[in-house]
Design a protein around this ligand. Structure first.
Ligand SMILES: Cc1cc2nc3c(=O)[nH]c(=O)nc-3n(C[C@H](O)[C@H](O)[C@H](O)COP(=O)(O)O)c2cc1C
Length: 215
């Protein structure tokens, strides 16, 4: 979205401020249909390789989404303490409280509060990585509260062939299938990137930025 310095929040400002130093009335009227509400965007960067390929794509997505005025948070889930789900069902009898007192409660609340969820993972043996899978599994404590989300998926792999990401993408989509009101909005395929930073020279960077900007 082109950046006009007008967002929903500004519409509540006094008239004097609205007409002072902002685009002409004609521009304002012309652009009125383009007003969009700021969204809460949560990026879950799954790779343990901080600053790695999928993480760099997350940063580009974040840059775009911030530029178009959204409220964006990125969490490197591998740097958080998140135990894998124990399937004890303590949560079921304790109002969604997990038996593990780690960083997941905070992440789960952020997921519930988000309008947009960006899930990012390297392809690991045709699946997603264990750190992000642990996050997804732990949502079971309050899984019905994660609802009405717009989903974006970011993947990276050494393989040049997009089809080698099919099963990783299926993991993301499998989770979204369990989210009421989930809408898939976009997928970034960072193919042919093995070494850390290799993605920098690929079109996926611009795609991630544009996707973030249009969130
Ligand atoms: C445990 C592990 C498993 C991997 N499995 C695959 C795979 O199945 N297919 C593939 O193309 N690349 C595979 N890779 C390579 C990574 O997907 C690739 O290096 C990717 O760019 C890493 O993204 P990152 O920098 O965001 O961590 C694997 C790497 C690791 C460490």
């Amino acid at each position: 979205m082109t950046t006009l310095p007008i967002r929903a929040t500004m519409l509540t400002k006094p008239k004097a401020q609205l007409t002072n130093g902002l685009p002409s009335l004609a521009t304002t009227i012309k652009k009125q249909g383009e007003f969009e509400t700021m969204k809460n965007v949560l990026i879950l960067s799954g790779s343990p390789r901080k600053g790695g390929n999928s993480d760099l794509l997350c940063d580009e997505f974040m840059r775009g989404a911030k530029e178009s005025g959204n409220n964006v948070t990125k969490i490197n889930v591998a740097s958080k303490k998140i135990a894998p789900c124990h399937a004890c069902y303590f949560c079921g009898e304790h109002g969604g409280e997990c038996v593990y007192k780690d960083d997941m409660a905070e992440i789960l609340q952020a997921m519930i509060d988000a309008d947009v969820l960006v899930l990012a993972s390297p392809v690991y043996f045709y699946s997603i990585d264990a750190q992000l899978k642990a996050v997804i599994d732990r949502t079971v404590a309050r899984w019905l509260e994660v609802k009405n989300k717009e989903f974006y998926y970011i993947m990276t792999a050494a393989d040049e062939d997009k089809s080698s990401m099919d099963t990783t993408l299926a993991c993301f989509r499998g989770y979204a299938d369990c989210v009421n009101g989930a809408k898939e909005m976009g997928v970034i395929y960072g193919t042919g990137v093995y070494e850390k930073g290799k993605v920098l020279n690929t079109p996926a960077m611009a795609e991630a930025y544009e996707m973030g900007k249009n969130v």
